[in-house]
Design a protein around this ligand. Structure first.
Ligand SMILES: *Cc1c(COP(=O)(O)O)cnc(C)c1O
Length: 417
């Protein structure tokens, strides 16, 4: 598949992921060595002093930086077209430190409703710190104009929401947020840079749970924040950035890396960075195959008369946005379907042979879950409604199996429903 973006001359995204600027590593290794060490020593006290003063390059302590983790951060910058990246122990940690970097007590963020359940929990748990979250159903010029106030510090949304499958019109949301002096933060976990690079559409900060498609094998939990360094941070709206405002458009990442991110200590382990780097090498190929499989399965379900929701289907309310915004019209691997009742959903899940019952998405294998009784078990009825989590809903994260086998598996399991 031709996977080139006219807005980004040079090699295509798959080539970029396989041939990072850094070239090969020590001894000609074609993969980065895993620097599985807590700390890095210096020959002299003078060198140590210079290092601590930030006057010498190199690494000190893995919580503050590690060569393998840095290679993953550089690869994510390259993949997203970003300038700075900070890897984290999980996607949730990436969201938490991003918000902590911007917010003070009394501040607000505006979020798309129907975001990932763990993110809703995090937003709720920010309340004791005096942080309020205003939810908006659809991020448009009008809804954002009404929601963004004086104390709003960011607009947050998922590129394709999990599990609601709403598609964010990134350019529209970015324009509306910027018009009111606020950055747009996009959780792009479900799309990955293989399908959409939100920075190119005007988003300011991209976050991933790289535990999902970026790692790709379900072998490690991790997260990453990528900053486009294009937002004009200023002291009036963002006093929390304090002394780091002198870095101008780099202020967010400067404070993140030198303060909040390192203080919280949710650093990525070097081994997990390595696993993500090997995952990134095949990301474009996997997302193509996953998108193709998901489209075939969604079409099969629709033809069978099963209410299936997938942004790649013409029947999806946001299909036009997905088709216009995503590389090659690919729509990723998450499908939801309605089974008629909770009992029917359980029967379907129990009858599936290949789809594994697990709570995550973005594995090589097909995964399925009943969100209402699991990842949304603690959500309010209103949160469930706005996330599109109905009692009969099943979420499927389509994997890399042969599409015919997946279709046969669902055809058979649907008989149990
Ligand atoms: C999984 C997920 C997260 C949380 O990431 P973890 O790595 O599990 O902490 C955040 N956002 C989305 C869209 C996710 O799917």
């Amino acid at each position: 598949m031709e996977n080139r973006d006219p807005a980004r001359p040079g090699p295509g995204p798959a080539t970029r992921l396989l041939h990072p600027d850094a070239g090969t590593f020590a001894w000609g290794a074609t993969l980065p060595p895993v620097f599985q060490t807590s700390a890095f020593c210096r020959e002299t006290a003078e060198e140590m002093e210079a290092q601590f003063a930030g006057k010498a390059p190199g690494f000190l302590y893995t919580r503050l930086g590690n060569p393998t983790v840095a290679a993953f951060e550089a690869a994510m910058c390259e993949a997203e077209g970003g300038v700075m990246a900070a890897a984290c122990a999980s996607g949730s940690a990436a969201i938490a430190v991003t918000l902590m970097n911007l917010l003070s007590a009394g501040d607000e963020i505006v979020s798309a409703s129907g975001v990932y359940g763990g993110t809703l929990d995090l937003f709720r748990d920010l309340a004791p710190f005096g942080v309020r979250v205003k939810y908006v159903d659809r991020l448009t010029e009008e809804t954002l104009a009404a929601a963004i106030g004086e104390r709003t510090k960011a607009v947050f949304a998922e590129a394709v929401s999990n599990p609601g499958l709403r598609v964010l019109d990134v350019a529209t949301a970015a324009k509306a947020a910027h018009g009111r002096g606020v950055p747009l933060i996009v959780d792009a976990t479900t799309v990955t840079p293989a399908l959409l690079r939100p920075l190119e559409y005007g988003a300011d900060i991209v976050i991933h749970s790289s535990s999902k498609y970026i790692n790709g094998n379900g072998s490690a939990i991790s997260g990453v924040i990528v900053d486009g360094c294009a937002f004009p941070w200023n002291a009036d709206r963002f006093p929390a950035l304090g002394e780091y405002l002198r870095y101008g458009k780099g202020a967010f990442s400067a404070r993140l890396k030198n303060a909040v991110w390192r203080d919280i200590g949710a650093c990525l382990s070097p081994v997990n960075a390595f696993l993500n780097l090997t995952g990134l090498e095949t990301l474009c190929l996997r997302m193509e195959r996953i998108s193709e499989n998901a489209l075939r399965l969604a079409r099969f379900l629709e033809e069978k008369g099963v209410p299936a929701r997938y942004p790649g289907l013409a029947s999806h309310p946001d299909h036009a946005i997905a088709a216009r915004q995503m590389t090659g019209g690919m729509a990723g691997g998450v499908i939801t379907l309605r089974t008629g009742s909770r009992g029917a959903a359980f029967r379907l899940l129990n009858a599936l042979k290949y789809a594994k019952l697990v709570s995550n998405i973005g594995d090589t294998k097909t995964l399925a879950i009943h969100p209402a009784s699991t990842i949304f078990a603690h959500a309010s009825p209103e949160q469930k409604r706005s996330a599109g989590v109905y009692d009969d809903l099943v979420r499927v994260s389509v994997g890399l199996e042969n599409a015919e086998d997946l279709i046969a598996d669902f055809e058979n399991a649907l008989k149990a429903v």
